[in-house]
Design a protein. Structure first.
Length: 196
């Protein structure tokens, strides 16, 4: 077998390609490589009524307000050790190492942006996510987005998974019933986080 390039030692060249070729030769089959996955709590935030607000303010003033919004959200994320994954329009996706911290961060964001005259909706879910470069993918991310989409203005909506994981944290919840999440199998019980 001929491999591309001129360095074919496992410690210098394309190690994976070389080792896969050796494995194929020795065993007659290659192993399927699992993508990098991690258990994470994802939090989505979205400005309520953003399109209407942008129409009233105009593009320049709306962009300026969004910049201040992003700065405030990033400050609160830092306080709660959240990791910004990406932004899309007026929404944020961030991850946390624990669901209670994500819920409290969502509450902090809600309060920080109210001073700007903005309301947000937030959704929180914990599940196994796939790492794709610096981004996240997988069904857990989709569930978090769908939970957020069902939240009302100023609400922090969480999946039952999150509610169960934070038992003993001092957080309280109001049940919001079972819901179908677009594109996700089965019904999901959702809860509104109640923060003082």
């Amino acid at each position: 077998m001929e491999l591309p390039g001129d360095v074919h030692t496992p410690w210098l060249g394309n190690r994976d390609e070389l080792l896969n070729a050796v494995e194929q030769f020795l065993t007659g089959k290659t192993r399927t490589h699992e993508p990098d996955r991690l258990l994470a709590t994802v939090m989505f935030t979205d400005i309520v009524g953003s399109t209407e607000r942008a129409a009233v303010l105009g593009d320049n003033r709306w962009r300026e307000l969004l910049e201040v919004f992003y700065a405030r959200v990033r400050e609160v994320l830092q306080l709660y050790r959240g990791r910004e994954i990406n932004t899309a329009g007026d929404g944020f996706l961030a991850t946390f190492d624990g669901p209670a911290r994500a819920i409290r961060c969502a509450g902090g964001i809600r309060e920080a942006v109210r001073a700007l005259g903005l309301d947000v909706r937030c959704g929180v879910h914990t599940g196994e996510c796939e790492l794709v470069g610096k981004d996240l993918a997988g069904i857990a991310v989709h569930i978090g987005a769908r939970v957020s989409a069902l939240a009302g203005s100023g609400e922090i909506l969480v999946s039952q998974t999150v509610r169960d994981l934070v038992a003993g944290s001092g957080l309280s919840f109001n049940e919001r019933g079972k819901h179908r999440l677009k594109g996700v199998p089965e019904e999901w019980r959702l809860f509104e986080a109640v923060l003082d």
